[in-house]
Design a protein around this ligand. Structure first.
Ligand code: SAM
Length: 260
C-alpha cells in the first residue's frame, strides 16, 4: 500500500522529537494539566508525548494517544509498557476527523505536527473542541513550511523547492499560519500564539527534517526543477556543508485556546 503524503516513520519522529523537546514542554504547560485529569494527544505518533504527559496526570489520570497509523499505535503501546505507564496511558487507532469520544470527555487536548497532513484541519479542530470540557485548553503545534529557508546562491531553486514542499508534498503545508483563523472559527477563548524558529547548521539533520531527498525527487518528477538544476542545487549545499557554512530554518507555531 502506498504511504500517505508526507509520511514519516517512528525513527524520524524520535530524532526530531529530541530537537523539539523545549517546544513540546511548552505545549504541555499550556494544557494546564492537574493530577487526575484526562488528556488527549491527537496524531500521537509513536507515543513520545503521551509518555511525557503520564507523570503530569499521574496514576489516577488518563492519557489517550490517537493516531490512524497502526504501526505508530503499536510502537506507542510498546513504549508505554516499557515506561511502566500503560495502566493509565493507552493508544487507539483513530481518524482525527471522527473521534470516538464523548463530548466534554477530556480536560485538555493537544496535537503536534498533525494538522500539516490534513486536507480538512478545521474538522480535526472541531472534533478536539467537541471532546474537550468547557473551560479546558485545546493546544495545537504545527509547522509553517512557508517559512522554510535554506541559505544558497540558488535562491530561485530554493524557493521553488520550498514552495513544492509546502504545497504538494503535504496536504496543509502552511498549517502553522492558518491556526489563528481555525481557533477563531471554533470560538475558542483567550487564544495565545507563539512562534518557535527551528534553526540548524547541521546539513544531515536538515535534509532529514525536511525530507529533502523525497521532496527533490518528487519535484523533479513533477517538472518543478530539471535534473541539471537539482545537481547544481545539491552540489552547492554539499559545498556549503564541507565549508561548514550550511544554514536552514523553519518556524513552528504553537496555539492555545480555551473552550467556552
Ligand atoms: C509528523 S507526525 C507527528 C507525531 C507526533 N505528534 C509527534 O510529535 O511526534 C504526524 C502523525 O499524524 C498521524 N496522522 C496523520 N493523519 C491523521 C489522521 N487523519 N488521523 C489520525 N492521525 C493522523 C500520522 O500517522 C503521524 O503519526
Amino acid at each position: 500500500m502506498s504511504q500517505p503524503k508526507g509520511y514519516v516513520d517512528p525513527e524520524y519522529l524520535r530524532i526530531m522529537g529530541d530537537h523539539l523537546n523545549h517546544i513540546k514542554r511548552r505545549s504541555y504547560g499550556l494544557m494546564q494539566i492537574q493530577p487526575g485529569q484526562k488528556v488527549l494527544d491527537l496524531g500521537c505518533g509513536p507515543g513520545t508525548d503521551t509518555i511525557s504527559l503520564a507523570p503530569l496526570v499521574g496514576v489516577n489520570g488518563q492519557v489517550i494517544g490517537a493516531d490512524y497509523d497502526e504501526t505508530m499505535i503499536f510502537e506507542a503501546e510498546k513504549h508505554a509498557k516499557q515506561a511502566g505507564v500503560d495502566t493509565w496511558v493507552n493508544h487507539q487507532c483513530v481518524d482525527a476527523m471522527l473521534l470516538p469520544f464523548e463530548r466534554d470527555y477530556f480536560n485538555s487536548c493537544r496535537s503536534e505536527r498533525l494538522f500539516q497532513h490534513l486536507s480538512t484541519p478545521a474538522q480535526a479542530l472541531s472534533e478536539m473542541t467537541r471532546v474537550t470540557k468547557s473551560g479546558g485548553w485545546v493546544v495545537v503545534l504545527d509547522t509553517d513550511w512557508g517559512s522554510l529557508s535554506i541559505d544558497s546562491d540558488e535562491t530561485d531553486i530554493e524557493r521553488r523547492l520550498a514552495r513544492f514542499l509546502a504545497e504538494f508534498s503535504l496536504n496543509n503545508g502552511y498549517s502553522g499560519r492558518k491556526l489563528y483563523r481555525l481557533f477563531k472559527q471554533q470560538n475558542l477563548a483567550d487564544i495565545s500564539f507563539e512562534v518557535f524558529p527551528i534553526t540548524t547548521p547541521n546539513y544531515t539533520l536538515a535534509r532529514m527534517g525536511t525530507q529533502a531527498e523525497k521532496v527533490e525527487q518528487e519535484a523533479l518528477k513533477a517538472g518543478v526543477i530539471t535534473r541539471e538544476e537539482l545537481n547544481r542545487w545539491q552540489a552547492g549545499l554539499e559545498q556549503a556543508d564541507i565549508e561548514d557554512r550550511y544554514f536552514c530554518s523553519v518556524n513552528l507555531m504553537l496555539f492555545a485556546g480555551r473552550k467556552n
